[in-house]
Unconditional design. Structure first.
Length: 376
């Protein structure tokens, strides 16, 4: 197995730095929990939701893996990604500063790649199959001619602040008028730095004709947050990136190749989390490839089990998250927060509704019917 990367780790990537309970469950399954917790990090057990009208509620974060040592972790992506890369290096051959420029085809099937090693040095590698783990603008996806579904995208703006006041050690989600149907996050770290950012559907940003960095600054200047950021010092630029939102109609494999992570477009349309689904896609892809290579068939038909299994796992949560995102109005969010405050035994479940991780059920359908009353 050969892993090619156009750059070298460690390297920064704009991100909320939050690893959810689902992500931690996958990290444990990979046997990497100890390595993760050896990195500088902050554990958190609770998540606080703030509504547009001043309501708030703080609820526990449930563990998907009951044996996990943390419900959620804040860890800088520059450290987390390097950890994953070093773990991969132990299992396969790695070549960095090697930028793939073209896919090699034989009789219509992908059979390898051509890459630039710098200084005009071009090299070629043959393979039974090629995995595109190359981000939202995936070269592998483009060379396969797969549709990119530009309507299924969100924007994220993120930076770090020092001396944000009012931190209590938990994750904060703020549903502000300026950001709906998106939200602003405030995530503390193990140091004095605080990760602050927002996510908003690309279509909403275009409709309002406001760039995400401007929406971000307006949110921090809002009445709800202004005082907390009065003496805060921004430590970096505001970075904006496009998030490829999950869409079960998306084609994610071809003849001799498949896509994982952001290349496959797996970000939740409601929470905008991508790490957990990316790790899941890598697991399903590896299992598919082991069977396909063992059978000597990495054709499009030989790899078709990959999209079938992945979308079967992800479709319910993606479709429900999309529906929940469409119900994000000030009145509906306020109603959910008040309900969680009054009914602590339902708080964790309502938290799933607020961030879009709840799964379809009769109870949820009844709640959605109730929330539609608040849309108009």
């Amino acid at each position: 197995m050969l892993l090619l990367d156009s750059r070298r780790f460690p390297r920064e990537k704009p991100c909320s730095d939050a690893l959810s309970s689902a992500a931690i469950a996958s990290i444990r399954e990979l046997g990497l929990e100890d390595r993760l917790l050896e990195l500088p990090h902050a554990k958190t057990r609770e998540i606080a939701f703030y509504g547009p009208n001043g309501e708030s509620v703080t609820v526990p974060i449930p563990k998907i893996d009951k044996d996990a040592r943390a419900a959620a972790v804040i860890c800088r992506r520059v450290l987390f990604d390097e950890m994953l890369f070093e773990a991969a290096r132990e299992e396969c051959e790695v070549m960095d500063w090697c930028r793939v420029t073209e896919l090699l085809k034989e009789n219509g099937r992908i059979g390898g790649v051509r890459a630039d090693r710098g200084g005009g040095r071009m090299v070629e590698f043959t393979a039974s199959a090629v995995v595109g783990a190359d981000g939202a603008n995936s070269l592998v996806g483009r060379h396969l001619g797969l549709p990119r579904y530009p309507d299924y995208r969100a924007l994220a703006a993120q930076t770090y602040y020092r001396q944000v006041t009012g931190l209590r050690g938990n994750l904060e989600i703020h549903f502000l008028e300026e950001t709906l149907p998106g939200y602003l996050w405030i995530y503390p770290s193990e140091t004095s730095q605080t990760n602050v950012g927002l996510t908003i559907p690309l279509a909403v940003s275009r409709e309002k004709r406001i760039k995400p960095a401007k929406i971000f600054q307006a949110a921090l200047a809002s009445e709800a947050l202004r005082e907390r950021f009065t003496y805060a010092e921004r430590m970096d630029n505001i970075y904006v990136r496009v998030l490829p939102v999950g869409n079960p109609m998306r084609e994610i494999h071809g003849n001799g190749a498949l896509l994982v992570g952001d290349a496959a477009g797996l970000v939740s349309p409601c929470s905008s989390e991508g790490v957990a689904n990316a790790l899941l896609s890598a697991k399903v892809a590896s299992e598919t490839l082991v069977r396909a290579i063992g059978a000597g068939d990495c054709s499009e038909a030989g790899l078709c089990d990959y999209p079938y299994r992945l979308w079967k796992l992800l479709s319910p949560q993606l479709e429900m998250a999309s529906r929940l995102s469409s119900l994000r109005t000030p009145k509906a969010i306020g109603s959910l927060i008040r309900s969680a405050s009054r009914r602590p035994h339902n708080a964790g479940w309502i938290s799933g509704v607020l961030i879009g991780s709840a799964l379809p059920s009769e109870e949820l359908e009844d709640l959605l019917a109730y929330l539609r009353f608040f849309i108009n």
